[in-house]
Ligand binder design. Structure first.
Ligand code: SER
Length: 588
């Protein structure tokens, strides 16, 4: 069964059981400055887990793109990927444990509708209980009622069986399903089971989270308004299981890129080959998905992670020696586009633009890599390597480690702060997540963002399309496709246009409608993004109903533009060929 069929089967199975299918959200969370990327299927759904009504109802299924970059050094083994797809079914205050567990079991084992896995190779875990919640007797009983022998159900502590996205937000106990990769592990005591998992003979393939609790400041503080189900099954792992492979790198997901790659590298025998080729496959795939969600390599936030991934991929590529890195990269990216274009159309649209974004970054680094590596051999100076040769400090650290050396991170940070560059890189705290932090400042900037896009179209070029966006408490940022640098006059006109609309006191109104209708009325959507069947559209309009802006958007927004204050463009710059960036603020 190939990966496409697994996705299709999953969605169809849950559609038949009353779930509405929604497309993956962007990898970059919308208007949530507290996390860099969606790291789990639940993240874009947090408002609905907390009780807001989802336009598609209470039963949802999806396959969500996720990026996790906390453990890049582990990539190259069998299990870790910086990008992965998470299949999930969701109950937003609807069904609970009985249905969730029953359907997980049915999907895993049914030959007709599901995966047809041998139940004798499956193991199950449940939450053993602590001061926050009791032993999960109910889940245990449900597994037993499905015919699972009690000794294959293991009760484990919160470290293993309590799922939360970070220190804040919805969370709860979970029940996980594991698969015996070797086919002959047999019955296991709890201790043997834990050992087998550590040795990767037995791997986790699905997690059912019963989200009825809430965390705040790292502590469980009580129950949510509603009982939710959040399930997550990693497509890469399940594909490996279905194709009898130890790793997804040996499945249909990567088969084409592996072939292409072998045509370019001089030898596949070197000791570095397995790890370095996998790092390269993984990072290039992630880079492509990030680029197609509007991320551009840079020195901060998401852009810095993308830069790190591309540069790390290039270092691993040069270990394997290839004559034509640009040709190789372009071919590999094209393979990925072919593989994913039907599931994620955003990677097909403006694909040439994505190739340029990644290719330019590769070239920038190739210009300095050779001399940088020579410098590295002479003596490891992470500051010099970062500022002169473009080596992300994490990369230098890793290269030094390979030689059994450590770098002085504190000294580096100090020098960097003095150097006034790259100061806030991938600050570790941001990865752990907190959740959508919609405060007054970000909400105002968000509405100003809609006005700015409309203003750019009204003043500069009606064909301008949004390519990416980001909002912090201090400023908004928009990336858009545009063939020229804005003149001072254009900038001034855009500012005046937006301030004029603010002064007019226009209403901001949310309406839900079928996507076909939203298209018909020409609502603005981010170029390449994919939306659900029922969408919410925010209108900015005057008292007579004349529409100034209409955008597909999840909100939230202020109710009237007169709340915004004075709008000011701070900076307009190029971020890549054909892509401009504006940063703007609101002043009181
Ligand atoms: N949120 C859970 C996870 O990521 C289940 O989807 O594992």
């Amino acid at each position: 069964m190939d990966s496409n069929e697994i996705r299709q089967r999953f969605l169809k199975f849950f559609e038949k059981r009353g779930h509405k299918i929604i497309p993956s959200a962007s990898l970059v969370p919308e208007n949530d400055p507290s996390v860099l990327f969606n790291t789990a299927g639940m993240q874009p759904l947090v408002p609905y887990l907390l009780g807001e009504a989802h336009p598609m109802g209470k039963r949802i299924a999806d396959v969500q793109k996720c990026v996790r970059t906390g453990d890049l050094e582990d990539i190259g083994d069998n299990r870790h990927f910086s990008f992965f797809e998470m299949m999930g079914n969701w109950s937003l205050g609807d069904y609970f444990k009985k249905e969730a567990i029953g359907w997980s079991y049915e999907f895993l084992t049914s030959k007709e509708e599901g995966l047809g896995l041998d139940v004798n190779r499956l193991y199950f875990t449940i939450f053993e209980g602590d001061e926050n919640a009791p032993f999960d007797e109910e889940s245990k009983k449900i597994w037993i009622s499905l015919g699972i022998p009690e000794h294959r159900i293991y009760a484990l502590p919160a470290d293993d069986n309590w799922w939360s996205p970070g220190d804040n937000g919805p969370c709860g106990p979970c029940s996980e399903m594991f698969y015996d990769m070797s086919g002959n592990v047999g019955d296991l005591s709890k201790e043997e089971f834990i050992n087998a998992v550590n040795k990767e003979e037995v791997i986790e393939i699905w997690n059912d989270v019963f989200m009825e609790y809430e965390k705040s400041g790292g502590k469980v503080v009580g129950k949510l308004k509603q009982k939710n189900v959040d399930t997550g099954a990693g497509l890469e792992r399940i594909t490996a299981v279905m194709q009898g492979k130890k790793t997804a790198y040996d499945t249909d997901i990567f088969s084409k890129v592996v072939d292409t790659f072998q045509g370019y590298v001089s030898s596949t025998d070197s000791i570095e080959y397995v790890k370095s080729s996998r790092v390269f496959f993984d990072h290039m795939r992630t880079a492509l998905f990030l680029a197609s969600d509007g991320v551009i390599p840079g020195n901060k936030d998401q852009g810095y992670v993308l830069r790190r991934l591309i540069r790390r991929a290039v270092v691993h590529l040069q270990k394997l020696y290839t004559k034509d890195p640009h040709g190789l990269i372009k071919d590999i990216l094209s393979d990925y586009v072919q593989k994913y274009k039907d599931t994620y159309p955003e990677i097909l649209k403006i694909q040439e633009q994505h190739f340029i974004v990644i290719g330019d970054e590769v070239q920038k680094f190739l210009n300095t890599l050779h001399n940088g590596l020579k410098e590295f051999e002479k003596g490891v100076d992470p500051f010099l390597l970062a500022t002169t040769y473009g080596f992300p400090v994490e990369l230098t650290e890793e290269l030094a480690k390979e030689k059994g050396r450590a770098i002085d991170r504190e000294d580096f940070n100090k020098k960097m702060a003095e150097h006034q560059k790259l100061s806030q890189t991938s600050s570790a705290g941001m990865f752990k997540g907190g959740l959508a932090n919609h405060n007054e400042k970000t909400i105002k900037l968000h509405t100003a963002h809609h006005l700015l896009l409309a203003g750019l179209q009204a003043v500069v070029d009606k064909n301008i399309k949004q390519r990416g966006s980001n909002i912090t408490e201090e400023r908004l940022r928009i990336d858009f496709l545009c063939d020229h640098k804005l003149t001072d006059e254009e900038k001034k006109k855009v500012e005046d246009w937006v301030n004029d609309k603010i002064a007019m006191g226009l209403n901001v109104v949310r309406r839900e409608m079928p996507i076909s209708e939203a298209h018909k009325i020409g609502a603005e959507m981010e170029f390449g993004a994919k939306y659900a069947d029922i969408v919410s559209v925010y209108f900015i309009e005057d008292k007579d109903g004349n529409v100034i802006s209409k955008e597909f958007c999840g909100g939230p927004h202020v109710t009237n533009t007169n709340l915004l204050g004075k709008f000011k463009i701070q900076k307009e710059e190029a971020v890549a060929r054909g892509i401009r960036r504006i940063k703007a603020i609101l002043m009181v």
